[in-house]
Design a protein around this ligand. Sequence first.
Ligand code: BV8
Length: 251
Amino acid sequence: MEIPDSMIAACDPSKQVVVLTGAGISAESGVPTFRGEDGLWKRYRAEDLATPSAFQTNPKLVWEWYDWRRGIIGKAEPNPGHRAIAEMEGIFPHFCLITQNVDGLHRRAGNTEVIEIHGNLWDLRCVAEGTVREDTRVPLPEIPPLCECGALLRPHVVWFGESLDQEDLSRAYRLIEGCNLLLVVGTSAVVQPVASFPLMAKQAGAFVVEVNMDPTPISPLVDVSLHGKAGEILPALLEKIREYWGRGDGA
Ligand code: BV8
């Protein structure tokens, strides 16, 4: 896969860089994507399980799905794609990662400037008190888990039909509208409002690059589309940036 020089020139380490990721960045870690043929749970669509009404109706079923996903993610390791994005945080002084993923693998890879805009499935929230605690036990000892107050605990994620955290969203909008370079990795770009971020960045004058196995609805609007596996493309891109712009990490 050829990475055009025009793209490397846009990766100026002095620039404001935003990386936006979706489930595709975790695919090479063995974490099923949502809409791929490996489908998160063949019998159900994510849109039918990751909703407040599904949880209201059958908290046990929704928790079985999340406990199953936590089991897979708990055994997963960050892959070279995650690690390349973690290294980018060290090269670009003005860097932020916005991820739709709830698996926590970017933080495990070393990223600290991260907005987990759809939450994190290792955090549990009391439906009555709103308090949040991290619980990484796999499997959970009881399904559905209960708070000390007796109320249900839910995954601290944003479900379909739920609004995103306002602070996260405002920060993400500021970053998207102020960045010079947006790298969009491994997302089918169908879930709103995040799916509109690439167009917003483009309209604000950013150089937008897509890394995906397949074309997506945003492919016609990006400056460069790199088709292939994120775990292969991102390390190659990082190497080219280092060659073109100097080591960047002081090496
Ligand atoms: C909102 C957390 C305001 C949970 C997720 C009707 C009623 C209510 C709302 C709506 C409605 N109709 C539309 C909406 C809006 C809705 C929406 O967008 N629906 C879609 C389905 C049309 N959005 C919402 O509800 C959002 N809230 O709008 O609030 C509001 C409030 C009330 C009423 C109206 C509006 C909340 C959305 C958040 C949902 N939560 N996750 C959990 O994970 O359990 S979304 C879920 O999808 C994940 O976060 C996931 O990340 C995200 C997006 O999917 P992708 O990450 O893109 O994953 P996908 O599998 O689709 O694609 C993977 C890609 O990777 C593919 O392109 C593939 O080619 C590529 N790939 C694969 N392998 C690789 C690779 N690329 C590179 N390398 C590889 N190796």
